[in-house]
Every structure is written in C-alpha cells, then in structure tokens.
Design a protein around this ligand. Sequence first.
Ligand code: HEC
Length: 392
Amino acid sequence: MSENQKTYTRFSLAERIEHIVLIASFTTLAVTGLVQKFAQSSISISIIAALGGIEITRIIHRAAAIVFLVQAIYHLVAIGYKLYVQRKEASMLPGFKDLQDAFQHFLYNLGLRKERPKMDRYNFVEKAEYWAMVWGLVLMALTGFMMWNPIATARILPGQAIPAAKVAHGAEAILAVLAIFIWHFYHVHLRTFNKSMFTGKLSRHEMEEEHALELEKIEKGLLPPPPSPEELKRRKRIYYPVAAVLSLILLFFVYRFVTYEQTAITTIPPVSAQSENVFVPQTPTPLPTRPPTPTSIPTPAGQSFEGPLSWNNGIGQILVQRCGSCHGAMGGLALNSYETAMKGGRSGAVIVAGDSEASRLVTTVRDGNHPGKFEPQELELIIRWIQEGAQE
Ligand code: HEC
C-alpha cells in the first residue's frame, strides 16, 4: 500500500453509532421544537398536522429529549473509559495552542502565512463545536427542565423565570440549528467531504490537512503505547462497577426530570372568538345610580314584569344597566336617555317603534357577538316595548 492510500482509524464503530443516534435525536428535537416556536407559520402548521397534532408533537419532542439525555450519560461513560481504562490523552480539552492555531489559520486563510498550523487529534474548530454542543446541552436541559416542571421551578425561582426559560430555550435552539447547518455542514461536508464519521477512517491527505500534529506523533511513534491486556483487565474491573453506579445515579436524575411533576401536555382550548371582537373593559365603570322608579324593576333575569312598558317604567333601567357603560357619554349611540336612544347611533336609528325585527337595538345584540347582552327575559321585554310603540 502506498503512503497516500493509507488510512487512519478515527472513530470506532461505537462512536459512529453514537453520532447517528445524535443526528436522529437532534433533528427530531429541532423539527418538533422549531414548529412549536414558530407555530403560526404555514410550514409549522403542516408539519404539526402531519405529525398528528400539537400534543403528539410535544410528546415526540420530549421523547427525543430523553434519548438525548441518555446519550449524554453514555457519552460520559465512554469518555471515562478512554481516559481511565485506555489512558488516552484528554484530546478534546481546549488549550492555549488552540488559540494560536485559530489565529494562524486565520492568517493562512488571508494568505499571510504559507502553511496551515499543525493540529492535533482534535483541531480548534472541532473543539469549539464539541464544547458548544456541551454548553447547548446543559442550557437546553436546564431550561427544558424549567418548562417541563414549572411548579417546581416556581417554588425556587420567581415565576418570570419560566417564560424566560422558554425564550432562552428557543434562542439556543436557533443558535444550535444554525451552528449545525452553517458551521458543521460547511466544515465537514462542503469544504472537503469528510466521511470519517460514517466510515471511521481518514486518508493520509486528510490527516495532513487537519491533524498534521497527530499524524506526526503516529509516524514517529510518539503516542503512548496501548496498555497491556492484564493492565486493561485490571482497570476494567474497577471501571465497570464505578461507571455502572454513576450512570444509574444519572439515569435516576433523568427519570426524576421526566416524572417530577404532572405536566399538562394537552393544550388549553382556545378562548371563544366572540370575546375577541371588540375591546371589552373587564370591569365596567360604575355609573351613577338612578333614583328608584316607583314600579317594580325587571332587570335581574328570572323576574317577571307586570304593567305597561315604557322607557321610564323598566326599559331605560335595563338599557342603562346593560349597555350604558359603553353607550353613554362617549359619543356614538347613547342609550342613557330616551331622546338619544331614539335618535340612534352613527348609522341612524336603532329603534323602529312597532317593528322589533327592524330595530338594530335588538338585532345587533341578539346573536351574541356584541360585547353587550341582555338576559333572555330582558330581551323579551325590550321586544314587547318596541312592538307596543316604544313609549317614553
Ligand atoms: C363593552 C362595550 C359595549 C357594550 C356593553 C355594549 N356595546 Fe353596543 N357597541 C359597542 C361598540 C364599540 C360599538 C361600535 C361598534 C362598531 O363600530 O361597529 C357598538 C355599537 C352598537 C350598535 C350600533 C350603533 C350604531 O352606531 O349604529 C348597537 C345597536 C349597539 N351597540 C347596541 C348595544 C346594546 C343594545 C347594548 C346593551 C345590551 C350594547 N350595545 C352594549 C360597545 C358596546
């Protein structure tokens, strides 16, 4: 085999599988999360519908979050294995050399330097990506926990922390997705198509370009020799039980994370549309009470009313009470006196004596979409009053 066809193992099978699980959980989280963040956009609406509704979308998002967390625990165990059992270098730790490399690479890109810096097993770009991912995971897990367990959160933090967590969760999501699409895809798939995460191997040329220092170490035999089989066995005997206990503890935390409190996955039904038509003051401004009229007052529902109806005998009282808060001295239709009520509003009379069906005082209010309403008994009285000639 010539020097140039030689390949170098970069990722083990387990690492490659881990990466595929990561792709799957990350993508699922991104899709089901972004459609919730931008729920009004038409793409989101069709994706949510395709997934089977918002509740299912939220369940899928949470399931993917659990996969992500469990994978993070596996990753910790795997790192422990490399560091303790195999005694490999902690090659992902950032150092001063990374700053130098970044700066020299910058100069190289500008053409101010002839050669790329010689970089080790993980170069500065890979380290930055890796640690951004770790940071993202911590932030997403914390803010995710706060939204998943709002009651527990509000016991420790002020209530505003929950919407704040939502904002942070969504913003970090966009950052992460952009980092993957722009940064990761460019460096790994566009600039040169680096397939090592799928094949496990790098060519000599790729090693020279991106990991020249590691290549040098391999070729000069500078890497520490792998431990002897007995040594490996001895360390595994210690490592496996410790890792098992620690990962069980972490898995227990994940379990608590998920089940800590009963969270409403079901969405709250939308508020009925009629209350959104017109601005309605929640508490109508109190009006000066009228002097009591001598006859019995028919306003509260359920009371019957006897005698000839007139503005002064009952009707005026109803209109002022039910409608006066908006139709008073503010301009437009004023229902606080007989004269103004008969005069009507901006588009003319609202009361046609003798014809309640032509009277908008009745028709506007009857279908229930107007902010002001009459009780059924009151409406009957108003209709009777109009039919009888709308007397003062
Ligand atoms: C919460 C405020 C509010 C209350 C209470 C209210 N209205 Fe109105 N009403 C409005 C507003 C605002 C308009 C103007 C809407 C528009 O521009 O179409 C209006 C318009 C009307 C009109 C059309 C007026 C015109 O200019 O032609 C009628 C009739 C009417 N209301 C009847 C009533 C009656 C009867 C009641 C009592 C049962 C009532 N409204 C109670 C807010 C209210």
